[in-house]
Design a protein around this ligand. Structure first.
Ligand code: ATP
Ligand code: ZN
Ligand code: ZN
Length: 859
């Protein structure tokens, strides 16, 4: 049998399957999706089997055999391999990069060299060993095989002798792939099976074995298996005492597999389905009947904050599970709070596996195995949970679908929303995109088709062919292709609660009136009222595009990263300046390096400064601050939110992470310190992001009995996005913004591909950039499209090369080209061909090239 293997060497030259022989001993074990170790270019590398065939065109005698099989059952299934192939084509990345992103990091094996004694393998060599080396003895004592690296560490001066033994054939060298982390095994003590016999043995133990008696007595009383380590602690004994008992056969000592459960020992309050409101019921009806029909429909659930979307998710999942199908719920990393996890665990208990980046590699691996071994039916997680290894998916939910964190910023640069639609199609599963502020892409695509409920009555009056009339690009991601998503609206909050009143405060007026504080009089007043009433407030510091940088007030000097040409960020705790692109750190200056003035200050409002000011204004105020600095520690997120939920604080102050998903009954005030910081970023989505953030954070107020109030401080009170957020007017925002996008020709009216070129040498970068742009123009001309040709609705523009917004990073200069196109155009094909054309014979381009299809962050 011949196996087609994708080797884990991500480069353009190796991005194709290589043929290997399946050795007889692995016949039947190696399957499609198996992870194997194969010889490649003189080493052993990890690879995935993506195909098996009885024949090959290649000369079979020249094929090398697979050297090892790494898992007894394949970690990837054929549907995931197909999905990876699609991802590598759509997002221009190596297939191995896509495959690797689907399995837990713990399964990324590393090649390890072992040496074995030839004599142990029955080879006649003993007469060739003239000296009895220490290291030889060490190998013998360790069963005849040890890691070469261990030998190097223990016997650093013996390199010559060891090398000699290898070349003489006394030691056999073998390379093997080892996982960084495997199943965790715990040495466990089992109580005696025959209680009576053990009792008798207990009497019979000599008195000098008092310690053993004690342990045996403990085990008899305990009656259950217990981890050795715990037994030693609890019975205040030693492991040698326990082993002595095991040697006598009185107890059994055995390794058992241990699952790291990140939520072990936590109890979740069991919840049951609530009776749905009429709005929820209508939406639930649509989703559940689509699940029953098993056709891969996409729904856009547009429900205002507090409309009860989560309850709809829960009941739809319930329905899906009843039909023996599994469900995936994607939540933005930042919103994957304990509160969210609790709601799913509370309803589905142990059937829920949770996957997020704050888990250790081991925990993630165990949660992943829980899914694969069918012990879990629901996966709740961040972006990559879309690859959860379920067999029969019935429902995929993407909560807060507008979040840009669904796009992965490193290769593979996939968008989880588009991958979800694709995966759902494979499984005949339904996709629900939920948000109070849908992305313009999804919303525009959905409004082409009207609401699902309208459509049901109108009976397919609007043929999908009419869709292009709106001018929204057909192929903008999977959401835009195929059948457009159907809109499911939930315009009201549960229980008829009103959306909170939103007040805008013009900070320019405040300044004119002599208020130089970061709190307006209105916000100050409102906070005072909350303190008096014992209610809680959430304060948002919009930090996007806003950093605490250092500037000299005398000469205007700012501290820049020496490698990246970007301002360094000031960190109060360590008093260090740090670059958040490359990690460069230096001590903050107390004197300006340029003019020696002492007036060198930290600019920008950090959460710490807001906290200080709050304490000044309201002595004794209890503030919980949540930002990157206070939430890096594991479990800190959880700790802060629990404290806030227990009303141990008056104010929850934080960055974006306080804006989403939180549901606290005593929060009656939401304040936004400065709405504008994200408004003026050089990014065409700046207004959209600002609107979304303001709407989301406003939605945290007044979600229960107590009515809520929102105060937004701004320097741009007349900006359309801010006014729309004030009035909870999604429709107004969308129609204004879509018009703007159409005029400017931005998504969703076109698609973008961002190509970033980087190199240390500026001249080479410049010429390569020009060459690439020329090849691109050539490719466009050859395929018969011109940028001016708009007759068939198709166009393509090649912008650049220009310096990137961050012109240098990690000592490499950066230039970019942008492809802007619309209609049925194979832009990635044109791009790939252009890259090939400027590459050398081996397919290696002269400078670094990174491709971002449908980029979310233009910066
Ligand atoms: N049918 C129902 N009957 C009573 N209460 C409900 C019902 N559905 C939801 N709720 C409650 O209403 C509140 C808001 O619901 P939920 O958090 O699901 O809203 P959401 O739409 O997900 O909000 P957001 O987008 O703002 O996070 C919650 O406290 C929830 O328990
Ligand atoms: Zn840097
Ligand atoms: Zn200066």
């Amino acid at each position: 049998m011949i196996a087609k293997v994708i080797v884990d060497v991500p480069s353009r030259q190796t991005d194709r399957p290589f043929d290997y022989n399946v050795p007889a001993r692995l016949e039947g074990w190696v399957e499609i999706g198996s992870r194997v170790g194969v010889p490649f270019g003189g080493r052993v590398v990890q690879g995935f089997v993506i195909g098996l065939a009885p024949f090959t065109d290649v000369d079979v005698s020249k094929l090398k055999p697979i050297s090892e099989l790494l898992d007894h059952s394949p970690p990837l299934s054929p549907d995931l391999i197909e999905l990876a192939t699609w991802i590598s084509g759509k997002y221009c990345c190596a297939l191995t990069t896509a495959l690797q992103s689907m399995i837990p990091a713990a399964l990324k094996g590393k090649a390890e060299t072992y040496v074995s004694l030839a004599e142990e393998e029955g080879k006649e060599t003993s007469d060739l060993l003239p000296i009895e080396y220490d290291w030889l003895d060490y190998i013998r004592r360790n069963g005849g095989t040890v890691k070469l690296s261990t030998l190097q560490e223990r016997y650093p001066t013996e390199a010559v002798a060891v090398k000699g033994a290898i070349s003489d054939g006394l030691l056999i060298e073998r390379v093997s792939i080892r996982d960084r982390l495997a199943v965790r095994k715990v040495l466990t003590v089992f109580p005696p099976e025959d209680q009576e016999a053990a009792q008798a043995a207990l009497e019979g133990l000599p008195s000098r074995a008092a310690k053993q008696r004690e342990v045996l007595r403990y085990m008899l009383a305990h009656g259950e298996p217990i981890a050795l380590q715990r037994l030693v602690e609890e019975a205040q004994t030693t492991s040698s005492t326990v082993r002595a008992l095991a040697d006598k056969g009185l107890i059994v000592l055995r390794e058992i597999e241990h699952n790291r459960d990140p939520y072990a020992g936590r109890s979740f309050m069991q919840t049951t389905a609530m009776s749905l409101t009429a709005e929820q019921q209508a939406v639930y009806g649509e989703i559940s009947s689509a699940v029953d029909a098993g056709d891969s429909r996409v729904f856009l659930l547009h429900g205002v904050t507090g409309s009860g979307k989560t309850e709809v998710y829960l009941q739809s999942i319930q329905h899906c599970l009843q039909h023996e199908r599994q469900a995936i719920v994607l939540v933005p990393e930042i919103a994957l709070t304990p509160q969210m996890v609790e709601r799913f665990k509370g309803r589905f208990g142990d059937a829920v596996a949770v996957l997020h980046s704050r888990l250790s590699n081991g925990e993630r691996y165990d949660e992943w195995r829980k899914i694969r071994e069918r012990r879990a039916q629901v996966a709740v997680g961040a972006r990559s949970a879309i690859f959860a290894p379920f067999q029969r998916i019935g429902l995929i939910i993407i909560d807060e679908e507008h979040e840009s964190s669904y796009k992965q910023e490193e290769s593979p640069k996939y968008h989880a929303r588009d991958v979800a639609v694709r995966r759902a199609r494979q499984h005949g599963a339904v996709v629900v995109l939920g948000s109070a502020t849908p992305s313009l892409e999804s919303y525009a695509a959905a409004s082409r088709s009207g609401t699902a409920i309208e459509r049901a009555s109108a009976e397919k009056a609007a043929a999908p062919a009419a869709a292009s009339g709106g001018g929204v690009t057909e192929s903008s991601g999977a959401v835009g292709s195929g059948r457009p998503p159907a809109l499911l609206p939930m315009p009201h909050r549960v229980g008829g609660r009103p959306l909170p009143e939103v007040q805008l405060v013009d900070m320019r007026e405040e300044l004119k009136n002599g208020n130089r504080s970061m709190f307006s009089r209105q916000l100050h007043e409102a906070l005072a009222v909350r303190l008096e009433r014992g209610e809680q407030s959430v304060l948002l510091l919009n930090r996007r595009g806003h950093s605490t940088f250092v500037m000299c007030r005398s000469c205007g000097y700012t501290a820049l990263c020496p490698h990246c040409d970007i301002s360094l960020t000031f960190h109060q705790k360590s008093r260090a300046l740090r670059c958040h692109y490359c990690g460069h750190a230096e001590l903050a200056p107390t004197q300006c390096p340029s003019c020696e003035s002492e007036h060198i200050r930290f600019f920008g409002t950090g959460t710490q400064r807001v906290e200080e000011e709050l304490s000044k204004l309201f002595p004794g105020i209890r503030v919980i601050r949540m930002d990157v600095d206070t939430t890096t520690e594991k479990g800190s997120h959880e700790k802060w939110l629990t404290m806030f939920g227990d009303r141990q604080a008056d104010v929850l102050l934080g960055t974006q992470m306080v804006a989403k998903g939180l549901d606290f009954p005593y929060v009656t005030l939401v304040g936004v310190i400065a709405a504008d910081t994200s408004l003026h970023l050089p990014d065409f989505r700046a207004a959209e992001k600002t609107f979304q953030l303001l709407t989301q954070v406003a939605g945290r107020a007044g979600r229960h009995e107590l009515p809520g109030e929102v105060i937004i401080q701004t320097y741009n009170p007349e900006h359309a996005a801010i006014i729309a957020a004030q009035h909870h007017d999604f429709a107004a925002f969308v129609s204004a913004e879509l018009k703007h996008r159409q005029v400017m020709s931005y998504p969703p009216y076109c698609r973008l591909i961002l190509i970033t070129l980087s190199h240390e040498a500026l001249p080479l970068l410049l010429t390569t950039g020009e060459q690439l742009a020329a090849k691109l123009r050539q490719g466009v001309a050859d395929s018969g499209i011109t940028s001016s040709d708009n007759s068939d609705g198709r166009f393509i523009d090649i912008l650049g090369p220009v310096a990137s917004p961050i012109p240098r990073m990690k000592d490499r200069y950066r230039f970019q080209c942008m492809l802007k196109y619309r209609g049925n155009i194979d832009a990635t094909g044109i791009l790939q061909a252009a890259i090939r054309a400027i590459s050398d014979r081996n397919g290696v381009p002269p400078v670094g090239i990174s491709v971002d299809v449908d980029p979310q962050v233009i910066l």
